[in-house]
Design a protein around this ligand. Sequence first.
Ligand SMILES: N[C@@H](CCC(=O)N[C@@H](CS)C(=O)NCC(=O)O)C(=O)O
Length: 303
Amino acid sequence: MKVIKVLWEYPPEGWLKYNTDGASRGNPGLSSYAFCLRNDRGDIKYAEGGSMENTSNTVAEAKAILEACKHCKQSQYNQIIIQTDSMLMCKVLKEQCPFSKRVEWALKIKGVEYEYIEDDLQNKSSLLLQSNPIHKAVPVLIHNGKPLCESSVILEYIDETFEGPSILPKDPYDRALARFWAKFFEDKGLAIRKSIFFKGEEQEKGKEEVNEMLKVLDNELKDNKKYFVGDKFGFVDIVANAAALWLGVLEEVSGVVLVTKEKYPNFCGWRDEYCTQNKEYLPPRDELLAHYQVYIQRVVASK
Ligand SMILES: N[C@@H](CCC(=O)N[C@@H](CS)C(=O)NCC(=O)O)C(=O)O
């Protein structure tokens, strides 16, 4: 038997750390949750635990995190780290922004080493607010100490700044076409959100617009066309990540049906191929599903 020792690490100076755990005897079975809070010297400041009705291990892990968050909010702490041993809960809580994934994708194509800093969009960091004061959104690329915002702008910057395979086509006409299609995808973002997260008339309008988008794409992708511009993977294909993967996941978690093989066979064929060919640059579908199952509940609860 191989034993790997995992050492508990002190939080940085001035920070507090919650360690949470949940367990069930059987799945589902009698369950319990617990968490404890330590300061930067490792002293225990608070600990709590409780039993739960018959439930699963994951629900018990989630409850432990939730109770730690409630305690943190009541105590008005703001420099805190929550550590869980549940891989699934880490995946569920991890940010899964398609726009940020585009930037990481481009950096990987160019072979650029980078540091990824995740932000809490419910409680945005001062780094994010200072770097993107206009939109207050991720992604932001900080290069040579200077911030850049908007994923497609960042992709063009990466292409022009770093050596490696080109992302935009070399030919000016193809470059213009690439920008046209990238804008097309960007302009449909709000309609996708409306069709999934809104209700009533706004949702119907969103669905109509998404259907128009799918009709256009289905026509564009006829004859087994693989790439949007020319015969090489590039800029538009990276920007198309949300339509290729996120859209289907959002449909599944919301129950809203927009894409069917009968209506959009070319789009579906392209999408399947895209997800297989670009696996290494896309998050696993089950992780996205787990994330958006929780996300959609938060959106519904906030309305
Ligand atoms: N057009 C922007 C969209 C960026 C965007 O919407 N990011 C989302 C996360 S996926 C965000 O940070 N939203 C801000 C918020 O939730 O307050 C881009 O392409 O970079």
